[in-house]
Design a protein around this ligand. Structure first.
Ligand code: HEM
Length: 480
């Protein structure tokens, strides 16, 4: 696909379409993007039939299940099988015993809270439900409902908002393919050196003090800088990325107005970066995505698609990995026998990383039923939300021996912390690389450390679980 350069200012996420009916089938005749590659300075692209969006509902605005009512606090949970609440403080702090109860009593629980959802806690159910595509759609993959004042989006707009995670096939297929080369093992290995020197620099900042906040000053600092480096934007944006992601998936998850604001700011920033590369291409991933040609007739890579994909890389690549690094350090700072084992046998690190991923699996996603589904005695109605509770699945005793025990050298560990099915994490190689380097460098330089019991500790939960405030102490050391 050839791209004309644009001097037009970009306006994110505004798509207008002219739709005409042709017999039974409605077709999109013309789609115009406020943000697009341009012809003769006119903001108009893709004249003629556009087969990617032939489905009649692709461009019609969709009503979102959202209202002020849905967001009201539901009070304490009295029955986890019929009235669960993923915002519950106890659930955020330690969901493991709650999952065990749910799995025992009602393996696919339901709640009316937050607009209603189903919550499978067994490994096999989660894997089966993750395979149900397109019956279970990814167009709204956040576990929380949309903000009450969220703009109505068409199905196409929802799909590309953070593709491929927000898309179903065929859009999911080609947007995922756009990302695979950058996250293949060889490409990812080339980010190792940068990650390693970053970890050392971060430790240099606090090692002489003998204490630090392991979440804020270390774990949280690594993924945003690696992502910025990878996509080709200023690593100095890292703190801003953390703030936006925290508003989108962390603290802001219960505050819809802040979530919307962060979303608009982040999309505005990415649109600006995309615009810059349309005017002046660079040697970076963002430019590569923008000018990419895929051997797939369905693929329609527009700048707007690139904004969505980049949005996902920032959102999916930061909170998740930061949470996993933080959980690993929390574990080692809380259980000295496992820390000692890693000091004595550093060759255990790869299996330890897999066990950190399984035991503290951070990510829960959601699907929306596009049709009525009868599954294992449960009637899921069209429009119902179904949680993809990958963390609970990772503690299923039918799949893992002693699942609620952390076994640092666990030999059989086919966990699904990275998801399952067509949406399985595209960034898992990078996530493993970052975790491995972050834990290895920490252990080399600060082998003796503990979590301070006299200081507050804060976990985030719901969509992405991990430590957010974590005071740590260790014998003061030296800068490199
Ligand atoms: C420990 C860290 C990470 C964990 C636990 C994790 C987990 C997940 C999970 C569970 C999914 C599946 C979502 C679903 O089924 O709806 C997913 C998808 C995805 N992740 Fe990750 N992730 C991590 C790090 C990363 C990183 C570093 C990147 C890249 C920068 C990344 C990029 C993606 C992408 C692009 C998808 C969407 C794939 C698709 O829809 O086809 N992730 N991740």
């Amino acid at each position: 696909m050839a791209w004309a350069r644009s001097s037009q200012a970009l306006t994110p996420l505004r798509v207008t379409t002219d739709v005409v009916s042709a017999g039974q089938q409605t077709q999109v005749q013309k789609a115009s993007f406020a943000m697009s590659n341009t012809e003769d300075d006119k903001v108009l692209v893709y004249r003629g039939n556009w087969n990617m969006t032939d489905a009649s509902d692709m461009h019609a605005k969709m009503k979102l299940a959202t209202s002020e009512e849905i967001w009201k606090p539901g009070g304490p949970v009295t029955d986890w099988t019929t009235d669960y609440d993923i915002r519950d403080e106890g659930y955020v702090k330690n969901p493991v015993p709650i999952w065990a109860e749910m799995r025992d009593k009602c393996p696919i629980a339901h709640t009316d809270r937050l607009g209603g959802s189903w919550n499978p806690t067994r490994f096999d159910d989660t894997r089966e439900l993750a395979k149900m595509v397109p019956e279970l759609s990814s167009r709204q993959p956040l576990v929380m409902p949309p903000a009450p004042n969220a703009p109505e989006l068409s199905r196409y707009e929802q799909a590309i908002a953070a593709a491929p995670i927000t898309a179903d096939p065929p859009i999911q297929t080609w947007t995922r393919r756009m990302l695979l080369p950058a996250f293949a093992p060889r490409a990812v290995a080339s980010y190792g050196e940068y990650t390693e020197s970053l970890c050392h620099e971060l430790i240099d900042e606090f090692i002489e003090r003998g204490d630090c906040d392991g979440a804020v000053e270390y774990s949280q600092q690594i993924p945003p800088r690696v992502i910025a480096h990878l996509i080709g934007v200023d690593p100095g944006m890292a703190d801003q990325f953390v703030h936006w992601v925290n508003m989108l998936l962390g603290e802001g998850i219960n505050k819809p107005a802040l979530r919307m604001k962060a979303r608009d700011e982040l999309l505005g920033f990415i649109s600006g970066e995309v615009q810059k590369r349309m005017d002046d291409p660079k040697e970076d991933l963002l430019t590569e995505l923008l000018f990419m040609e895929l051997d797939d007739p369905e693929a329609k890579i527009t700048p707007q698609v690139v904004v969505g994909v980049t949005n996902l890389l920032i959102v999916a690549g930061i909170d998740t990995t930061w949470s996993s690094i933080g959980s690993a350090l929390w574990h080692l700072g809380t259980y000295p026998e496992d820390r000692q084992r890693l000091i004595d046998q550093p060759e255990l690190l790869p299996t330890a990383i897999e066990e950190f991923l399984r035991f503290y699996a951070p990510v829960t996603m959601a699907r929306v039923a596009d049709t009525d589904i009868d599954y294992n005695g449960v009637h899921i109605k069209r429009g119902d939300k179904v949680l993809m509770n990958f963390p609970a699945a990772c503690h299923d005793p039918e799949q893992f021996e002693n699942p609620d025990e952390f076994i640092i050298d666990r030999a059989k560990n086919r966990h699904i912390a990275f998801g399952s099915g067509i949406h399985r994490c595209a960034g898992s190689n990078l996530a493993r690389l970052e975790m491995t380097i972050a834990v290895r460098v920490w252990m080399e330089r600060i082998p003796e450390f503990h979590i301070r019991a006299d200081e507050p500790m804060k976990w985030a939960g719901g969509q992405v679980r991990g430590p957010r405030i974590m005071a740590m102490s260790f014998p003061a050391g030296h800068k490199r």
